[in-house]
Design a protein around this ligand. Structure first.
Ligand code: NAD
Length: 253
């Protein structure tokens, strides 16, 4: 158990049933937060919550604006306020060159990674403004900071998160709310396993992902969760509007 930067605080994590969201939820709970795990996969969210003391799972599809608004109203009424948000739910989508990318692929990725991230941020900020405090970490990606082939919708959405983070940070600083983002490179999660399987040459893709950063191998969900916890904590009290690469030095090259 890591001692209590989040004792007495309520933290919400979207996409908390798997991968990075699940690891962030675990880290925040380990540091004393009461964690609310939101996911469109209710079974996964409940499984993840069952591992954590004092945690509660809620089924929520972040692309449903009305459900997001209703859920956050409910959470605020039940918990008084929300101190921390990990705005994490996301998908990669089909990997295709731009000229072969169908409308449906573009739209499916935007619905979750852009619309969903915005709906969740908007709802959480509404609650945090009323309380006069809060901290948010949005989930970007190294694909939002540099070009990766066959990932146009994903890269566009994750670059958008960088801009949304800066805008929200500037807009809400006077309300006592900090907004940052993390931009991980490849971390072995179910999303990345699917990304590798979907590549034309999965073995080559895996090898590329393992060797793309100066620090060897891929990062772990716990590596990213530690940075998320730092940004949400009072240790980062003077940091807002920043997108922090968690990439083994990828962007130093
Ligand atoms: N794994 C990586 O290498 C990596 C790197 C950079 C950024 N990211 C980002 O981190 C986030 C999490 O990725 P992951 O690797 O943990 O993926 P994952 O697939 O393991 O987990 C994603 C979770 O989000 C949930 N989800 C998906 N769409 C949703 C929706 N519409 N509403 C609610 N929940 C939804 C899924 O059910 C799942 O539980 C994503 O935003 C992803 O783009 C991942």
């Amino acid at each position: 158990m890591i001692t209590g930067r989040f004792g007495g605080r309520v933290a919400v994590v979207t996409g908390a049933g798997s991968g990075l969201g699940r690891a962030a939820a675990r880290r925040l709970a380990d540091e004393g937060a009461e964690v609310l795990l939101l996911d469109r996969d209710a079974v996964a969210a409940h499984d993840a919550a069952a591992e954590l003391p004092g945690a509660t799972a809620y089924e929520l599809d972040v692309t449903d604006a009305r459900a997001v608004s209703t859920t956050f109203d409910h959470l605020a009424a039940r918990h008084g306020t929300l101190d921390a948000l990990v705005n994490n739910a996301g998908v990669v989508g089909e990997q295709l060159p731009i000229h072969l990318t169908p409308d449906a692929t573009w739209t499916a990725v935007m619905r979750v990674n852009a619309d969903g991230a915005f709906f969740v941020l908007r709802a959480a900020l509404g609650v945090m403004v009323a309380a006069g405090r809060g901290a948010v970490v949005n989930m970007s990606s190294s694909s939002g900071l540099s070009g990766k082939p066959n990932l146009a919708p994903y890269g566009f959405s994750k670059a958008g998160i960088v801009g949304l983070t800066r805008t929200a940070a500037v807009e809400y600083a006077a309300h006592g709310i900090r907004v940052n983002a993390v931009a991980p490179s490849a971390v072995r999660t179910p999303l990345v396993e699917a990304h590798i399987r979907a590549a034309p040459d999965p073995a080559a893709m895996e090898q590329r992902m393992e060797s793309q950063s100066p620090l060897p191998g891929m990062g772990t969900p716990e590596d990213v969760a530690a940075v998320i916890a730092f940004l949400l904590s009072d240790d980062a009290a003077r940091i807002t509007g920043l997108t922090v690469p968690v990439d083994g030095g990828y962007h130093a090259t």
